[in-house]
Design a protein around this ligand. Structure first.
Ligand code: GLN
Length: 248
């Protein structure tokens, strides 16, 4: 039986926006195909993880204060994380976690939270806590050469700059900053995005892209995933795409 090992970072701290749902969707879509989902968690005080021991690392979003709490702990693993990314381990990072993998996050109060500096982007929140990018968001991206619409919900004060390769083009919503045309950061084995939702619950195609990427790397194969019945997911997606892109 094939399996995927997933490391879920700071589930007790980065839990404000329901991003745990992404872990549940990954588990569901793996197990529906008879693939074992081994999900381990890491938070402050736990044994030091070796990020190279996993196929996929996931971290969700959180408020400014929580980001400040875990930053000093996360930074201890900077070199191991960089090594794992260079070795092809997949990282799915949502919002607050996305921000912390850059150079720094400047919170609405002006506090500088040091980032891992894995990527060159940086984030600065507007110094008015009421000014936040909040709402439904739809972006267009290319997954293995196939154009796909990704649906989510954004809620961030942080405005992210110096993105070398965005995850997608904004069709509806804000993106990396107010009124931006770009959202997130993307490279072969990293998706860093502002999209909550949970992200994967609204985007089965994206989930399967991530699963296939991880399995292909782990088993050195070009695996064809057994299709799942996504009738309900597609009904919901069409409803949302019509509502936000066609004003229906
Ligand atoms: N605290 C960060 C911000 O406000 C991240 C928010 C989040 O994770 N949704 O931009």
């Amino acid at each position: 039986m094939k399996e995927l090992k997933i490391l879920y970072l700071y589930p007790d701290i980065l839990e404000l926006y329901g991003d745990f749902g992404n872990i549940q969707i990954l588990k569901y879509r793996l197990e529906k195909r008879g693939i074992k989902a081994i999900i381990e968690q890491y938070s402050i005080g736990d044994n030091t993880p070796n990020f190279n021991n996993y196929d996929l690392v996931f971290a969700g979003g959180g408020a400014d204060q929580e980001q400040g709490i875990l930053a000093d702990d996360l930074i201890k693993y900077k070199d191991n994380i960089k090594d794992a990314i260079n070795n092809g381990v997949f990282f799915l990072l949502i919002c607050g976690a996305y921000q912390l993998f850059g150079k720094y996050y400047k919170s609405a109060d002006g506090n500088i939270v040091p980032g891992l500096e894995v990527f060159d982007y940086y984030t600065e929140a507007i110094n008015d806590r009421k000014k936040r990018c909040i709402g439904n968001i739809i972006i267009e991206t290319s997954l293995n050469g196939k154009t796909s619409k990704i649906i989510g919900f954004e809620n961030h004060g942080g405005q992210t700059f110096n993105i070398s390769n965005p995850f997608g083009k904004v069709l509806f919503g804000n993106g990396n900053k107010f009124g931006d045309t770009e959202e997130g950061y993307f490279q072969k084995n990293v998706i860093a995005t502002y999209l909550h939702g949970p992200l994967l619950s609204k985007n089965p195609e994206l989930t399967d892209y991530i699963i296939k990427h991880c399995l292909d790397r782990k088993y050195d194969e070009d695996i064809t995933l057994e299709p799942l019945d996504d009738t309900f997911e597609e009904l919901c997606r069409n409803q949302l795409l019509n509502k936000f892109l066609n004003n229906n």
